[in-house]
Ligand binder design. Structure first.
Ligand code: DQA
Length: 153
């Protein structure tokens, strides 16, 4: 009897600039959880859902773009908190659109309750959807959303 390996869904969780400072950075907006704690929570949640996540953070736009290009080859979905690049980076949006990776945009804070310049996202129009305002839980909800989306496809 031959055994068949079932390939798990592989999802990249990408964090942009300043998110390495979570835990100490403006906790009234971003809470007290560190990025390492959020990543560990996502790995546990992914295991429970029967999928795989890889987490990566960079403060550099080009490194984020390279990670998106690699993910286009290796992963089935993307969860991204692009930090301030959300509001500025056509290049990140083009990278996601270019690799056609199903994407959920997440933010810890509710960007629509904050300064006007945070209300516009370059990524939202090419994402499946956006989750904003639930603190660290935004990532967990983002993971549920992308997994359900990919499993229904
Ligand atoms: C953020 C919101 C952005 O406006 C900000 O620049 C960040 C974090 C959030 O998770 O709430 O760096 O993406």
């Amino acid at each position: 009897m031959g055994s068949k390996t079932i390939d798990l869904l592989n999802i990249l969780v990408l964090n942009g600039p300043n998110l390495n400072l979570l835990g100490q950075r403006e906790p009234s907006f971003y809470g007290l959880a560190t990025l390492a704690e959020i990543d560990a929570m996502l790995v546990r949640e992914a295991e429970a859902l029967g999928v795989k996540v890889e987490c990566y953070q960079s403060n550099h736009e080009g490194a984020l773009i390279d990670a998106i290009h690699r993910a286009g080859e290796e992963k089935q979905g993307l969860i991204i908190n692009a930090g301030a690049y959300t509001h500025t980076s056509v290049a990140l949006r083009d990278a996601i659109a270019g690799v056609k990776l199903p994407t959920v945009e997440v933010h810890l804070s509710n960007i629509y309750q904050r300064e006007e310049f945070r209300h516009h996202s370059y990524i939202a129009p090419i994402a499946i959807g956006q989750i904003s305002g639930f603190g660290a839980n935004s990532y967990r909800l983002g993971l549920l959303a992308i997994v359900e989306y990919l499993q229904q496809k």
